[in-house]
Design a protein around this ligand. Structure first.
Ligand code: HEC
Ligand code: HEC
Ligand code: HEC
Ligand code: HEC
Ligand code: HEC
Length: 194
């Protein structure tokens, strides 16, 4: 009897452990980015570009987000270096004028509103504060989507994020609200929700 209980308990714990490890994997599906992008080669010593050179604000104050192909084409009309990544980019996107459909790691649900301008311009927050070191990365992180909600792991990273899967400082409502509290901002649900 005791032996059976022990075997049962061991089996139960083992399957619990397996489920615990497998859950984040089965809950998230990986999707491919259109091409590999190396921030470091552009923002590091070699390229020496500022974030704003590619991620600018429009005249009306709205954030332009991920740059369009036209802002790459000036430098990449022909390959400048020898890397396969750049040759593919020139052949598959620049020459045919095909816009890469980048997937946005930080993309919020449609009903949540996030403006960059008050954060970057007024509050002078660094990009790294919310996005981690993406701007210095050499390869793209895996883009993982929650199978149920369709949201990116970076936004809907918990509870998986609690186990170390979430990359950046946090893009969840708790994170937004915590920082707003620290800054003494009083606001209603409707500031962030439409
Ligand atoms: C040469 C143009 C270029 C420069 C300079 C550049 N970026 Fe980017 N950035 C891109 C492109 C293209 C993407 C889309 C691919 C990707 O996700 O990395 C991107 C994506 C991003 C994203 C991903 C947003 C998301 O949630 O998907 C972040 C964060 C970012 N850049 C931050 C920075 C920071 C910080 C700097 C300055 C240190 C910087 N970038 C400089 C071109 C640039
Ligand atoms: C101011 C010039 C400049 C602009 C603008 C620019 N790049 Fe680059 N890019 C470079 C340089 C320099 C390299 C390194 C080339 C080499 O291998 O020596 C590079 C390398 C690359 C590579 C190959 C990186 C690797 O993996 O080794 C890709 C892909 C690329 N750029 C995509 C882009 C995209 C997409 C944009 C627009 C969002 C862009 N670039 C805008 C200068 C630029
Ligand atoms: C206070 C947090 C915060 C700061 C600071 C911040 N971001 Fe973001 N960023 C976000 C959030 C949240 C989103 C998703 C917005 C959405 O889905 O509407 C985002 C989206 C983006 C995107 C994708 C936009 C798109 O729609 O294509 C890029 C690129 C980006 N940020 C770059 C930057 C850069 C570069 C800086 C610094 C100049 C910066 N961010 C500063 C939180 C932040
Ligand atoms: C690290 C701190 C920080 C984080 C994280 C942050 N915010 Fe903010 N946010 C601020 C500050 C500071 C301001 C006020 C800026 C100013 O002086 O106008 C602000 C302003 C705003 C405003 C404008 C409010 C108004 O009354 O005009 C909105 C909307 C907003 N944030 C939404 C968000 C959302 C959505 C998120 C999470 C995805 C978020 N914020 C994350 C610090 C933060
Ligand atoms: C500072 C900005 C901010 C404020 C203020 C805010 N929210 Fe949110 N909320 C968000 C963001 C960003 C998300 C999406 C990310 C997430 O689910 O954590 C969200 C998500 C949610 C969700 C879950 C949506 C989903 O698909 O899971 C609910 C429900 C919600 N908010 C209700 C509220 C209510 C009610 C209030 C007022 C008491 C409020 N929020 C105030 C930013 C905010």
């Amino acid at each position: 009897m005791l032996r059976a209980t022990l075997i049962f308990t061991a089996g139960f714990l083992a399957s619990l452990g397996a489920g615990w490890l497998a859950l984040p994997k089965t809950l998230y599906r990986t999707e491919a980015q259109p091409l590999s992008f190396n921030h470091q080669v552009h923002t590091g010593d070699k390229g020496n570009m500022a974030c704003e050179d590619c991620h600018s604000f429009r005249e009306n104050g709205s954030f332009a987000g991920i740059p369009k192909l036209e802002s790459c084409a000036g430098c990449h009309a022909e390959a400048m270096g020898e890397t396969a990544a750049e040759k593919q980019f020139v052949a598959n996107f620049v020459k045919p004028g095909r816009e890469p459909q980048w997937k946005v790691y930080a993309r919020q649900p449609d009903n949540a509103f996030f403006p960059h301008s008050p954060h970057v311009k007024a509050a002078k927050l660094k990009c790294e504060k919310c996005h981690g070191d993406h701007g210095k990365s050499t390869t793209l992180p895996l883009y993982q989507v929650n199978r149920i909600s369709g949201y990116s792991l970076d936004v809907m990273g918990r509870p998986a994020g609690r186990w170390g899967l979430q990359r950046a400082g946090g893009m969840r409502m708790d994170d937004c609200v915590a920082c707003h509290r620290q800054n003494g901002l009083s606001h209603s649900c409707l500031d962030c929700h439409k």
